[in-house]
Design a protein around this ligand. Structure first.
Ligand SMILES: Cc1cc2nc3c(=O)[nH]c(=O)nc-3n(C[C@H](O)[C@H](O)[C@H](O)COP(=O)(O)OP(=O)(O)OC[C@H]3O[C@@H](n4cnc5c(N)ncnc54)[C@H](O)[C@@H]3O)c2cc1C
Ligand SMILES: *[C@@H]1O[C@H](CO)[C@@H](O)[C@H](O)[C@H]1NC(C)=O
Ligand SMILES: *[C@@H]1O[C@H](CO)[C@@H](O)[C@H](O)[C@H]1NC(C)=O
Ligand SMILES: *[C@@H]1O[C@H](CO)[C@@H](O)[C@H](O)[C@H]1NC(C)=O
Ligand SMILES: *[C@@H]1O[C@H](CO)[C@@H](O)[C@H](O)[C@H]1NC(C)=O
Ligand SMILES: *[C@@H]1O[C@H](CO)[C@@H](O)[C@H](O)[C@H]1NC(C)=O
Ligand SMILES: *[C@@H]1O[C@H](CO)[C@@H](O)[C@H](O)[C@H]1NC(C)=O
Ligand SMILES: *[C@@H]1O[C@H](CO)[C@@H](O)[C@H](O)[C@H]1NC(C)=O
Ligand SMILES: *[C@@H]1O[C@H](CO)[C@@H](O)[C@H](O)[C@H]1NC(C)=O
Length: 622
């Protein structure tokens, strides 16, 4: 571990944080109270001590809310400067939103703004490397978006955090957690910002940015007798993304369970929240793969979490959701042998078939879902309405471990019906001898930053497919949503439950046949009141109609609507009561909060425009 002396004044060159001159001795790695906080005045020092040695109230008790700029309790410049110095000058103050270049003010740059075409702005690669940008502007509050997408009439910070620790060491995270807990400032964690509900942001919060924790280590033989696992594993920093770990696994002749989307932070929010994958039909969810975590707790302690150490946390962090029980630093996951894959991508449209033939084709397709799920395949398919026509696409049908012959046999019953109906299609069934190549050529990079969309989801279980009547009913509801102009994306899969697998993954995953999403879109110039009405109606009518035909089923916490009613039951099913108990035990001061997270019922973001977004103070619900 490197140890070095820093002059804060020197460090602050180029930083916007004003500070008195002081010099501190800083180690990298894990927080060492005796060494790291040695030369600091006791009043400031108390802000950085772990929970075990402090007892300050967590919030501004007079206002019900977390502590915000303007409050007497808001930390002094000196306090922030110390946080900066202690984190090796990795504290960023008020990072500028990317679209600030589009609006009058200091940062205006018309040339730069012109580079933000819709296509560029909607690429996740732009936002994932930014300290504050989240990929849902709707959840951010729409206060700084390029006019080509939506004219925010100026750029304000909205739901963006005020300070960001660009964390690369456990110590950076420990100091930020302690500081937030001891001052009452709101804490958020951003990894890539992919979360549909915007859980990586929060107005005027202190953010821990985990993106740069990028280490990947291959472990030839990891043995955990209690979990019944012995085999290869990867230990990865929490900033590692799908495209990185898949490549690393490929080089070792392995695969790992991660999302289909290439930039998803598969070791961050994805894995803690469950996480579905092209391999979920064979191996279960992302969270089902976890062998161990390194975690910074709400008390600011750095701990190893596995089947014998901090077992409550181990249970909760496998499915309980991000930003709730701790900040993970690394994750160790199972690695599986590489396998062949057969994939198919094709589309057809009602413009060519006419409406009735198109819908007969969709009705016939529903009949094959149980067999496809049972076979361990993963089909990502879409149903897009556009101006009175509908288009269907396999993007793709993905059959891990299946030869071309086996995959073709699975699809044949439906293809026969398509031929009988006279639907013209070119299934382009392609065989790959390894997962990595199949994944890379089958899944497109998805657009993010949609300015006028809300998505609701449903995990349709096997009971929705038991009889022809049930399948007809589901089909009719899918069709009705399309005819109401809802964009739909469905994942036909099962979520296998591996052996020795007691964790917090939602019970709603296990009987799954179709994870289905529908999205409402509103006119881009709608007022807040109009948007709220559209979103409430969408929940009360469209999403409710899918709930009505699947009583007792759920919704996936990472691809869902902030307005999902009874979210605890919807996102975790039978696991929710224990998760609530563990939240009270492991984070009694609610240091961690995410909208719709476990225990979040006690708090609410009081947004400025009344819409469900992060642009407001986080306050207790009384
Ligand atoms: C284009 C796209 C494709 C997607 N594809 C898939 C898919 O194939 N399968 C699937 O299951 N989901 C998918 N998702 C949803 C995805 O799983 C969620 O968006 C998930 O939250 C992403 O995690 P993240 O860490 O990348 O994102 P973030 O938005 O940065 O974080 C998500 C949540 O986790 C918390 N968090 C992040 N890191 C940590 C940490 N180290 N410790 C504690 N809390 C943490 C954050 O605070 C936040 O609450 C997709 C989303 C998009 C936008
Ligand atoms: C508590 O919050 C209120 C309202 O935001 C603010 O006026 C007050 O200064 C805060 N009190 C302290 C002690 O920070
Ligand atoms: C404006 O943006 C362009 C394109 O990114 C860049 O080349 C240029 O240096 C910027 N101008 C200023 C004044 O920052
Ligand atoms: C964050 O830290 C990484 C790793 O040290 C560095 O490459 C990156 O430039 C930093 N980003 C910012 C905005 O400071
Ligand atoms: C779990 O963590 C503890 C504490 O670090 C360690 O002693 C133990 O070996 C770990 N278990 C496994 C299976 O690695
Ligand atoms: C929608 O379809 C109608 C009739 O086919 C056509 O006149 C109109 O231009 C189309 N509108 C758009 C936006 O494509
Ligand atoms: C197909 O159905 C849509 C929506 O129900 C309708 O708007 C459209 O006119 C129909 N198209 C034809 C060709 O009948
Ligand atoms: C079929 O799919 C493969 C793999 O995705 C692709 O390389 C090829 O171009 C496709 N062929 C056609 C005709 O679309
Ligand atoms: C939005 O634009 C449409 C068409 O341009 C117009 O009819 C409508 O009145 C506008 N709504 C608002 C709230 O400005």
């Amino acid at each position: 571990m490197a140890s070095f002396t820093l002059s804060l004044a020197a460090l602050l060159a180029g930083s916007t944080i004003a500070s008195p001159l002081l010099s501190l001795k800083v180690d990298t790695g894990i927080l060492n109270l005796d060494l790291d906080l040695k030369d600091i005045d006791s009043s400031i020092k108390s802000l950085f001590l772990p929970g075990s040695s402090t007892s300050r109230p967590p919030t501004n008790t007079t206002s019900r809310c977390k502590v915000y700029p303007g409050d007497l309790e808001w930390p002094s410049e000196e306090a922030w400067s110390h946080l900066d110095a202690l984190t090796n000058n990795r504290l960023l103050e008020a990072p500028t939103p990317l679209a600030a270049v589009c609006y009058p003010g200091e940062g205006y740059n018309g040339t730069k703004c012109a580079e933000y075409t819709v296509a560029n702005w909607q690429r996740s690669y732009l936002h994932m490397v930014d300290p504050i940008e989240m990929m849902s502007p709707v959840a951010q509050g729409m206060t700084c978006t390029p006019p080509v997408l939506f004219d925010s009439h100026g750029c304000t910070r909205g739901g963006f955090p005020r300070y960001v620790v660009n964390a690369t060491e456990p110590k950076h995270v420990q100091l930020a957690v302690n500081f937030a807990r001891n001052t009452g400032v709101r804490l958020v964690i951003k990894n890539t910002g992919h979360d549909f509900l915007g859980k990586s942001g929060g107005k005027d919060a202190l953010s821990i940015w985990t993106h740069w924790m990028k280490s990947i280590e291959y472990i030839e033989e990891y043995v955990d007798e209690k979990l019944g696992y012995s085999g290869p594993a990867f230990k990865a920093g929490v900033g590692v993304q799908a495209f990185e770990i898949y490549k690393a696994a490929h080089e070792k002749g392995r695969v790992m369970v991660g999302g289909e989307g290439e930039t998803v932070g598969v070791m961050g929010g994805y894995i803690q929240g469950g996480g579905h994958s092209p391999l979920t039909g064979l191996y279960g969810t992302g969270a089902d793969q976890v062998l161990s975590y390194e975690v910074v707790t709400a008390d600011g302690e750095f701990v190893v979490v596995n089947s014998t150490s901090h077992t409550d946390l181990f249970w909760a962090l496998r499915g309980g959701g991000g930003s709730t029980f701790g900040v993970a630093i690394s994750v160790t996951v199972k690695a599986h042998p590489d396998l062949e894959v057969t994939a198919s991508r094709f589309s057809f449209s009602s413009a060519a078939t006419g409406n009735e033939t198109f819908w007969a084709a969709i009705r016939a397709y529903v009949d094959s879902w149980v067999a496809n799920a049972d076979a361990g395949t993963y089909t990502y398919w879409s149903l897009i309405p556009s101006n009175g026509t509908f288009s269907f696409a396999f993007s793709p049908f993905f059959a891990p471990g299946k030869s071309e012959k086996e995959a073709t046999a699975l699809l044949q019953p439906w293809f026969t019906k398509l031929n009988d109906l006279g639907v013209k299609f070119d299934p382009n069934i392609t065989h790959f001898d390894n997962y990595y190549d199949a994944w890379r050529s089958s899944f497109p990079l998805e657009a993010v930053q949609k300015p006028n969309v809300a998505t609701a989801s449903r995990q349709f279980p096997r009971s929705n497919f038991e009889t022809a009547e049930k399948r007809q009913e589901l089909y009719e509801h899918i069709r009705a949503s399309s005819e109401k102009n809802r964009v739909q994306v469905h994942f036909n899969m099962q979520a296998k439950d591996p052996a020795n697998n007691d964790n917090a993954v939602s019970s709603h995953w296990r009987p799954l046949v179709s994870f289905s999403m529908q999205s409402v879109r509103w006119p881009i110039n709608s007022t807040a009141a109009e948007i709220l009405k559209i979103r409430k109606d969408f929940q009360d009518i469209d999403a409710q109609s899918w709930r009505d035909i699947s009583p007792g089923a759920g919704s996936y916490l990472a691809e869902a609507d902030r307005l999902e009613p009874n979210f605890g039951d919807a996102f975790w099913g039978t696991k929710y009561p224990r998760l609530l108990e563990l939240k009270k035990k492991l984070d009694p001061q609610d240091v961690f909060f995410a909208t719709t997270g476990v225990g979040s019922e006690r708090w609410r973001v009081e947004s400025i425009d009344g819409l469900p977004n992060e642009n407001g103070k986080l306050c207790r619900v009384d």
